[in-house]
Design a protein around this ligand. Structure first.
Ligand code: NAD
Length: 366
């Protein structure tokens, strides 16, 4: 990586959203990027096809964010102007079966990153200190579950219900405390469910696409009436870059696209799109939908009020859910090698997240 440009650290840059951030920065800015990623099962370096064309602007640091010494070396070597922190364990069902890794990466990892960012920031000149920013990327799941009306705002109280959301809530609180107590210039974003290209096959939309293409049952949790508020991952990447540059230090910004859908409606739409783009010959894919045991502690409804981000920083979502989902299904059809490589590497599609209940009845991810 060459000297002289501004360098941004992106943690978790080989994951779903992190890779969209890296692609956005490579394609739309001239900053240099250090992708700090441990390369867990959820990562794919194939999600950044542009990387090879940018050897002077992109570097991968295969590092665990719990490794303070390694982070310290990176801060000293690259002198970043900002950090976008996305590295995390993210799959709710896995957090139910094995919460330990979520506590380690999401809480201890964030703590370690904050400590090393603070050490770096304190050694900067006063003018450099004014410019430095750390953006912590979080989820609307920290706010718990909504009733039929209303939306989460930046004032919503924290009420996490899963080990995943509890670990993210803890990390949000650490970031806030490091900003208030040590004056490390931090910002926090809380975003709704993302969808789009390069999403790991265990998440709802790619899972349903891949199962439907294989003519296998499409397991819908509970009654399928849980509501999620969907945002295209590239809109999220633009939002994060906007918040890092223009957000006010110490503030939280909610990010969402005002696209509420029940899980069942999402699965039905995936079926319709596949029937149109690649008819099966066996009949409509909706015949594959099967209702299975609900996730323990499953939140009923999430909805995000992104008004603050829109009013104060001028960001708006560019993709609407119908056209975005159409493009996403098309992407999975056109990019089979990307997800087939993951499936062939031993990824197991069995149902996770039922260890909290006495007698697991059915299997399926979300
Ligand atoms: P992901 O699971 O696709 O990717 C996570 C990345 O972090 C992977 O590349 C993984 O290798 C890396 N990682 C995990 N543990 C690490 C460690 N100890 N050290 C270094 N790297 C490590 O996640 P995602 O869906 O892209 O989410 C990114 C962030 O955005 C997360 O913090 C998540 O909580 C947040 N978020 C996600 C969504 C969503 O819908 N996916 C919505 C809102 C917020």
């Amino acid at each position: 990586m060459s000297e002289g440009r501004s360098t941004i650290f992106v943690t978790g840059g080989a994951g779903f959203i992190g890779s969209a951030v890296v692609r956005h920065l490579l394609g739309n800015t001239d900053v240099s990027i250090v992708n700090i990623d441990k390369l867990t099962y959820a990562s794919s370096l194939e999600s950044i096809p542009q990387a090879a064309a940018h050897p002077a602007r992109y570097a991968l640091a295969r590092i665990d964010i719990c490794d303070g010494d390694a982070l310290r070396d990176l801060f000293a070597r690259y002198n970043p102007k900002g950090v976008i922190h996305l590295a995390a364990e993210t799959h709710v069902d896995r957090s139910i079966d094995g919460p330990q890794e979520f506590i380690r990466t999401n809480i201890t990892g964030t703590f370690t990153l904050l400590q090393e960012a603070l050490r770096h920031w304190r050694a900067l000149t006063p003018s450099e200190r004014k410019l430095f920013r750390l953006l912590h990327v979080s989820t609307d799941e920290v706010f718990g579950s909504l009733g039929p009306d209303g939306a989460f705002t930046e004032q919503s109280p924290y009420a996490p219900n899963s080990p995943y959301s509890a670990s993210k809530a803890a990390s949000d609180h650490l970031v806030r405390a490091w900003c208030e107590t040590y004056e490390l210039p931090c910002l926090i974003s809380n975003c709704s469910n993302n969808y789009g290209p390069y999403q790991f096959p265990e998440k709802l939309i790619p899972h349903m696409i891949i199962k439907a293409l294989a003519d296998e049952p499409l397991p819908v949790y509970g009654d399928g009436r849980q509501v999620r508020d969907w945002l295209h991952v590239e809109d999220h990447a633009r939002a994060l870059w906007t918040i890092l540059r223009h957000g006010r230090v110490g503030e939280t910004y909610n990010v969402g696209g005002r696209n509420e859908r029940t899980n069942l409606a999402v699965v039905e739409t995936v079926c319709r799109l596949l029937d149109r783009l690649q008819p099966s010959g066996q009949g409509d894919r909706s015949r594959l939908i099967s209702f299975v045991a609900d996730r323990p502690g499953h939140d009923r409804r999430y909805a995000i009020d992104a008004g603050k981000l829109e009013r104060e920083l001028g960001w708006t979502a560019q993709e609407n859910f119908d056209s975005g989902l159409d493009k996403t299904v098309g992407w999975y059809l056109a990019n089979r090698p990307w997800w087939e490589t993951i499936l062939n590497s031993g990824y197991d599609t069995k149902r996770l997240g039922l260890s909290a209940v006495a007698s697991p009845a059915a299997r399926r991810p979300d």
